[in-house]
Ligand binder design. Structure first.
Ligand SMILES: [Zn+2]
Ligand SMILES: [Zn+2]
Length: 212
């Protein structure tokens, strides 16, 4: 399943080929470490040090970018995500988390073919990215994200098949803070013991549910 852990090795290869010298992935040993668990169940929230941490935000996207991973508890999550998404440059499509998918990974647009997204899907996402930039549907500020609920994907996320659907329907565009708030609601609603989520970090890409 390409969107799951099996895709990690390929990601490392892609990063090393495309961004040699521009990232901190320097060898196979480092790559192995990056596929380990960044966050562990039972650790305390990094912000308040009181509550149990439930959602780990990895702005490095497993070592491809700079930044410090932060583990948030339920109370600190919304403010943390709002702040993180406020700082995102570029635009991204976000596919809402659902069901048991405990990870939410970021793929650059140019990485998508290497992860077995079919051409039809890559083209659809490319087109969707170009529509972003009008007023946020919730607050009127400039949008940076297209928000796709589970109704816009095949929930099995099958490898090597087209997974997007209904893209001709109205799609909500959100600004950074509203995207952060929407994600906090989405992550909290799943009630999973521990999630690992990434942040859009390049000019264009997609955040996708993944994991067991
Ligand atoms: Zn906290
Ligand atoms: Zn907004």
């Amino acid at each position: 399943m390409v969107f799951r852990r099996g895709g990690d090795d390929r990601r490392t290869e892609v990063v090393e080929e495309d961004e040699d010298g521009l990232n901190i992935v320097s060898g196979d040993d480092d790559g192995e470490e990056l596929t380990g668990d960044l966050f562990e169940a039972g650790q305390l929230c990094d912000i308040c040090r009181v509550e149990e941490g439930r959602v780990g935000l990895d702005p490095t996207c497993r070592g491809a970018y700079d930044g410090e991973p932060v583990l948030y508890g339920l109370k600190c999550l919304a403010e943390g995500l709002k702040a993180a998404y406020s700082g995102v440059e570029g635009v991204a499509v976000i596919v809402e988390s659902f069901d048991e998918y405990s990870d939410h990974y970021y793929y650059r647009l140019d990485e998508m073919p290497a992860y077995q997204f079919v051409r039809e899907d890559v083209e659809a996402i490319s087109w969707l990215l170009l529509t972003i930039g009008d007023a946020c549907a919730r607050c009127g500020e400039q949008s940076r994200f297209a928000w796709l609920s589970r109704d816009f994907v095949d929930p099995r996320l099958p490898e090597g098949e087209a997974i997007f659907r209904n893209l001709e329907q109205d799609i909500e565009h959100l600004c950074g803070p509203c995207a952060g708030s929407a994600l906090a609601v989405s992550y909290l609603s799943l009630e999973l013991p521990l999630m690992t989520v990434e942040l859009p970090r390049s000019a264009m890409g997609i955040v996708m549910p993944t994991g067991e």
